[in-house]
Every structure is written in C-alpha cells, then in structure tokens.
Design a protein around this ligand. Structure first.
Ligand code: AMP
Length: 478
C-alpha cells in the first residue's frame, strides 16, 4: 500500500515524502480511509506506531476545502494529556501541513497564557491542547468551540489516569453535537470504553498494537547490581559503550535530581525532567537532549509516554517501575518506527518482584549480564517465566478527585457504541489523582501534568506493532 492510494492530495503527499515515509504504518492504513469518510474512530494504538499521522493526515485532507476559520474559532481540537505530547503532536501537524494554507497552534499550562490568546485571536484550523489550559482560555473568551468539526482525544487512557475526566466532560459539553470523534488509547479497558460511549458514535474500532508488546527491534537486558552501586555502574556503562544519547528512568523526582547531580559530578552532561520542573525547564531539557547537547536525560515516568525522540538508541531503567506496564512504555521510547534500540535495566535484589511482574507481563525472560567489577553482593534471584496472565489490580477509588467521584456517582450512564470492526481490548486502567489544590477549572494541573502512580494490569495479546516488526515476544539477547 502507498500513501497516494489512500486518497491524500499532492501537498500532503509531498510533506510525507519529505519526512521519508514510503509506506503507511498499519494504523495509518486502517485509520486514514475511515477518517476520510467521516466515521468516528476508536483506535487502540500506542505512540511509536505512527498514530499521529494516522489522524492528522486525513484531518488535513478534510480541512483543505472547508470554510475559512473565524476569529477565535477552531475547526479541529486535539486533546492530549501532557504538555510534551501536545507540543509533539502540534509539531507533527505543522510538518504535515507545511504545503497547505492551514493554520495550527498549541496551548498548554505552565507557560504564559497571553501569547496563546494572541495566537487564537485570528482563529486557527487545528488546535492542540491540554484540557486545563484549554478551559482557562475558553473561560477568558479566547477560544470558541461552535465551529469544531473534529475532536481527537489522544492517549485517552492517560487522560483517565491523570484525572482529566472532569475537564474532558466540561469540554465535551461545550462542543457542537454534530462532529467527528477520533479516540486513541493504548488500551481499551472498562473505564475507557465507558468514556468512549459518551464521545464516539458508531465508531470503527481499530487495533494495531497490543499494550504489552515490546518491539522486537529493542534489545532488552538486565544488569544485576547492588542498589548503592547503580550510579557508578550507569556512568561506567555510558563511558564503556560510548553511549551518546541515553534516556534514564528513575522512580522518583528526587531520585532523578540525585542521579543527575551524580552523573554531572562524574563529568557526564545530564539533566532531569519531571513534574517539579517548570515547563520552561522541561522544554529546554528536552530540546537540549534532542539536539545532542545533553548526553543523559534523567526522567520520571512523565516522559515514558508520548515522547518521540528521533532514533533514540538507549533507554536505561535505573529503577524498575512500580507498575509493569510502565516498563513497556519506557522502553517504547527506543526502537521506534522499526529502528534498533537497546534497553537495559539496572536491577538490585530488592526489585526482584518488579522484575518478575515485568517478565510475566511481557512473557519474556530478560537476559541477564553482570558488568565486571559490579557483581552484586546481594544476589538477584533467578526468575522463571510465569505463564499466567498478569495480575489484575483494582482501581483505587479512594484516590479519585472530587470531580471523578461526582462523575462516577452521576447517572450519566454510557450509551452503547456499536462497532463495524472487531477491536481487541486488553488491560485495565484506574483513574487517579493526588490531593493537591485545584485550579479554577477544577483541575489539579501541576500534578496532572506530572507523573502519576498508576496501576494498569493488562492481558497479553499477539498482534503487530506498527512498521512491520513483530511484537509480543520481545526477544531479549545481549
Ligand atoms: P507516533 O506514533 O505518531 O508518535 O509516530 C512515531 C514515529 O514514527 C514518528 O517519529 C513519526 O515521524 C514516524 N512515522 C510516522 N509514520 C511513519 C511512516 N509511515 N513511516 C515511517 N515513519 C513514520
């Protein structure tokens, strides 16, 4: 299949060709025709599968012949859970529309609202937004929703996890009833389906990426080590292997700061990205890392989803995540779009239970390799592959926001959306947020733009994962 056979016009095909894409990824091949005919879509696809182009390209195609947008109005609204993802999706929209006269912009919290208001003044065709800031702009009359033709809800599962439901419901109530709805989510758990029923109608279900699959192009391995020797081992691995660009995950913000200081003291240029950093610092850190000015980006799970760093070669799990599914998201930052990648986890004896859960979830026994001079004193027990499906964890309702509790208590019952194609579903997700003070939109922005702990067990499925690479087995060899 080629992009031209999908019915996209010349300026869009030119932009795609300039990106070097020659074949549509599976999500693109499936979604583009459906979006073009105007159907609602409910797609199970993670970042890394090409989903952004999957919805952006047909949307742009549909916008070409539409009416000119009026002042402060928008025609397409794309909602994303994090600022980083919003910026990334907006950059893609700009890239794919560069030979069209279609305007786009992005708005998110943590930065000044005035420049965003100015950009919206003349109206924009495509607006990418995080929910809290969008509502702030709406409340200040900077954006009007009555000409919205298409709504995209990106990473809907993440929206739920981060407690965005009250904001989403408020936004939905403000949109025109007649519109096309496209919903993307890594999983289609019960809560996501409930949300979907109040958004999409007669949706075509598309499923291309199993939530627990790791790309076969990612070489995964475990380096057993004692906890206190992890920083020294990481520095050693970076130097010995000459790793030029490494994304390192820690479990906590303090851990990320500590490790950054540690690496810097050893002459390695590192910077941290997490929810306690200002938006300016986060944007700067990411830009410097992408440009190669910073060798090591130390991140909490805020960066585990959504970030698309071109050909990121190395991901290190300095700590294993609490939730096994986050392992898949973390290592999904490498090996994207069929490229090779390497993911190493520094695992101490205390993390054995987490390692077992990850191996159970991915149905892969990760290869272990100790680094000479760093053999652990506290031995990491051998693991055996547990063939049972991953443990289900119940959503912890006690941690819901007031708004979410009100929502779940309301009689706002779901309508049944029928599907034309069968979609897989797997996984579970729980809505959570912290007890931090809320903004005037009812949103706890500082926390929801930052990392949240979540429990997301999921079932194993076999499927394909984007660009022809097989997924599900994730062979680990080093
Ligand atoms: P996404 O899943 O939308 O975050 O996209 C993941 C990466 O795949 C991005 O770097 C895109 O530029 C790239 N990409 C999207 N579509 C294609 C394609 N058809 N061929 C090759 N790369 C693609």
């Amino acid at each position: 299949m080629t992009f031209s056979s999908l019915g996209l016009s010349a300026p869009i095909l030119k932009a795609i060709a300039e990106q070097g894409y020659d074949t549509p990824s599976p999500i693109q091949a499936e979604a583009i025709p459906v979006v073009l005919v105007g159907d609602d879509v409910m797609a199970a696809a993670q970042t890394g599968t090409g989903k952004t182009a999957g919805f952006t390209l047909p949307i742009l195609q549909k916008l070409i012949n539409g009416p000119k947008v009026k002042a402060n109005h928008i025609r397409v609204l794309i909602l994303t859970p994090t600022r980083e993802l919003a910026a990334q999706v907006a950059a893609s929209v700009e890239t794919y529309s560069k030979h069209l006269s279609i305007s786009s912009t992005v708005v998110f919290g943590g930065v000044k609202i005035n420049p965003q208001m100015i950009k919206l003044r003349r109206g924009v065709d495509v607006l990418v937004a995080t929910p809290g800031r969008l509502l702030d702009l709406y409340n200040q009359n900077a954006v009007k929703f009555n000409t919205v033709e298409v709504l995209v809800l990106d990473e809907a599962d993440r929206m739920l996890d981060m407690g965005f439901m009250p904001d989403i419901r408020r936004i939905l109530a403000l949109l025109p009833k007649k519109r096309q709805n496209l919903m993307f989510s890594a999983t289609f758990s019960g809560p996501i389906r409930t949300l979907a029923k109040s958004i999409v109608h007669q949706a075509v279900e598309i499923s291309v990426a199993p939530p627990n699959a790791t790309a076969a192009t990612v070489k995964q391995w475990v380096c057993p080590v004692d906890k206190k020797r992890k920083p020294a081992l990481l520095a050693k691995l970076i130097r010995a292997n000459d790793w030029g660009q490494v994304l390192v995950f820690t479990r906590t913000k303090h851990g990320a700061n500590r490790l950054t200081r540690d690496l810097e003291s050893q002459g390695i240029i590192a910077t941290a990205i997490h929810g306690n950093k200002s938006q300016g610092a986060r944007t700067r850190a990411l830009a410097e890392f992408k440009q190669g000015e910073v060798q090591v980006l130390v991140a909490t799970d805020i960066a585990a989803r959504g970030l698309d760093i071109h050909q990121l070669p190395h991901v290190v799990n300095f700590d294993l995540p609490n939730v096994a599914a986050d392992y898949v998201h973390r290592i999904g930052r490498t090996g994207r779009a069929g490229a090779d990648g390497e993911a190493v986890s520094l695992v101490c004896a205390d993390e054995f239970a987490e390692l077992v859960e990850i191996e159970r979830l991915t149905q892969t026994l990760l290869t272990r390799e100790t680094f000479a001079g760093f053999e652990p004193v506290h031995e990491l027990p051998e693991s055996r592959l547990d063939m049972r499906p991953p443990r289900k964890k119940k959503p912890n309702n006690s941690r819901k926001t007031q708004g979410e509790r009100a929502n779940s208590a309301s009689k706002n019952g779901p309508r049944k959306a029928s599907s034309k194609r069968a979609g897989n579903n797997a996984g579970n997700s729980s809505a959570k947020s912290s007890a931090k003070p809320k903004s005037k939109t009812g949103a706890n922005h500082s926390e929801r733009d930052s990392e949240t702990k979540k429990k997301r067990p999921a079932r194993r499925r076999k499927s394909f994962n984007g660009y022809g690479q097989s997924a599900g087995s994730g062979t680990a060899n080093k």
